[in-house]
Ligand binder design. Structure first.
Ligand code: HEM
Length: 475
């Protein structure tokens, strides 16, 4: 982590002053007290080239800088420390403006389009168009239907018993195991089971083979994106994809009913290919993310015994002798809610989001051309000391209602924001709270001595060699 004083870059925009707010910890961003985004460039003096940022090296732009920083997530921390809240960099196929100011985020929050190039690697997964990048006209009704299923509390409640059973199975397995546990491996396996059960329902959907096919497929595409060795090969990937599609078709043909995802999709009247793609994208988006979020929370709790003790007291008080909370109990687990949010601030499972500008636009005083990629560096935004004093300190009380009220709306965006924000946010929060509550009720977690936890970005924020702990069952 750098501790240099930042925020000294002054955007050349009349009427806006940059205030240097270097904090005690040293990390800060240049701060724009008033920010504007207008779909007109009239009166703007500074051009894209004048946006501060590292010099690109053709033909790869700043790829070498990104690699040297250890990945896009750490590059973005450096970028904003050095260059302030609006900074530019280049990828081989895109010019990027990265924005880390909550007011500018608010001002760009209605942009719907995602950049094609950045998500192109996922295109072969889809039959009816890349759901990460479909245009607004198609996206708006798709999102509406997805939200009515994924954001529906009754549908979360309907799956809660199955989620609880699967979580307790993992806890039993851990209790029977000696030696250390690799949290991310086991918890992402659990979150895959949970999302398959949610998205497909019943035994067919949650069968081991279906989960394995989804897991292999996603691993394959992440490997392709990051130039890692392929485990499946082209033929294996095609087989897994065909199997996943066939499974979804079978579930749909069984005419599922009810308010769950499949019931709604079956009644949507959509092209079956779009339905299969939707299930695939939901499983993909819900797979690693929730498990990784739980693992980071346990990592932080293990390093902060006082906070872990306070959480355990709350969970013991609400659950009594029961091993798991009911869906209704989640409302009473107030400190748990804060712990989960603070963990996602420190280690956001999705470390960045992106949009594409449809028209020439002024951002923070700079003229930015249509077609430019806007990047939202979620991790850097969550570590901005202007919003989060002493940003690296783990303090769940940052999320008391009063403290949250005082903060800028877009200072905390683990699920993104605007019309492309995560449709699975409420479901993910229910899953994560359930799993954390069960595990802290059952175990004490002790980090394996000498094991170093290093965040790396592979579509989500992982730890390079997992997060290894030894577990002690509580009496
Ligand atoms: C801790 C858990 C999760 C985190 C941190 C997370 C985070 C995110 C983020 C940052 C985005 C991009 C938002 C943007 O561009 O503004 C996203 C998109 C998305 N997420 Fe999640 N997610 C999580 C779990 C889930 C789950 C469980 C589901 C499904 C059940 C899901 C479904 C989606 C979908 C469908 C999108 C694409 C949104 C669109 O293009 O309209 N996510 N998520």
């Amino acid at each position: 982590m750098h501790t240099t004083r930042m925020g000294l870059v002054t955007p050349r925009c009349a009427g806006l002053t940059v205030v240097d707010q270097a904090s005690a910890s040293g990390r800060t961003f240049g701060w724009l007290p008033r920010t504007r985004i207008w779909p007109t460039i009239e009166g703007v003096s500074a051009d894209w080239h004048e946006i501060p940022g590292p010099a690109p090296t053709p033909p790869n732009g700043n790829l070498d800088d990104i690699a040297a920083a250890g990945g896009l997530h750490t590059f973005q921390l450096d970028l904003h420390e050095r260059h302030g809240p609006v900074a530019r960099f280049e990828l081989p196929n895109a010019r990027v403006v990265s924005v880390a100011d909550p007011e500018l985020l608010a001002a760009t929050s209605m942009i719907n389009q995602r950049p094609q190039e950045l998500f192109e690697f996922l295109s072969p997964l889809f039959e009816a168009g890349n759901l990460q990048t479909i245009g607004e006209a198609e996206h708006v009704p798709w999102r509406r239907l997805l939200l009515s299923a994924l954001g529906n509390h009754r549908s979360h409640e309907a799956h809660f018993d199955a989620f609880t059973r699967m979580t307790l199975e993992l806890a039993d397995r851990w209790a029977a195991q000696t030696g250390e546990v690799a949290l991310q491996e086991d918890l992402s396996e659990l979150s895959l089971r949970l999302i398959c059960e949610y998205a497909l329902g019943g035994d067919l959907g949650s069968s081991r083979r279906t989960s394995a096919a989804f897991r292999d497929l996603i691993a394959e595409y992440v490997a392709r994106q990051y130039g890692l060795p392929s485990a499946l090969g082209a033929e294996g990937a095609a087989e897994a994809l065909a199997y996943v599609r066939e499974t979804v078709t079978q579930v749909l043909n069984s005419r599922p009913r009810g308010s769950g995802l499949m019931g709604m999709l079956a009644e949507s009247g959509w092209d079956p290919a779009r339905i299969r793609d939707t299930v695939l994208v939901v499983v993909m988006a819900g797979y690693h993310t929730s498990g990784v979020a739980v693992s980071w929370a346990l990592h932080l709790l293990a390093g902060h015994p006082e906070i872990a003790g306070r959480l355990r007291d709350e969970v013991d008080g609400v659950l009594g002798d029961r091993p798991a909370p009911s869906y209704d109990d989640l409302k009473a687990l107030d400190y748990l809610d804060r712990v989960v949010k603070e963990s996602m601030r420190r280690y956001p499972p999705g470390p960045y989001a992106a949009r594409e500008l449809a028209q020439d636009t002024e951002i923070g005083g700079y003229r930015v051309q249509a077609g430019t990629t806007l990047m939202y560096p979620i991790w850097a935004i969550h570590l901005n000391p202007a919003q989060w004093p002493d940003p690296e300190r783990f303090d769940p009380d940052r999320f008391t209602p009063a403290a949250s009220e005082r903060r800028a709306k877009f200072a905390f965006i683990p699920f993104g924001f605007g019309p492309r924000s995560c449709e699975g946010a409420a479901l993910a929060m229910a899953e994560i709270k359930l799993v954390v509550a069960v595990l802290v009720k059952r175990f004490e977690f002790t980090p394996v001595p000498g094991h170093v936890v290093t965040p790396v970005e592979r579509f989500v924020l992982w730890a390079r060699d997992d997060i290894r702990m030894t577990l002690t069952s509580r009496g």
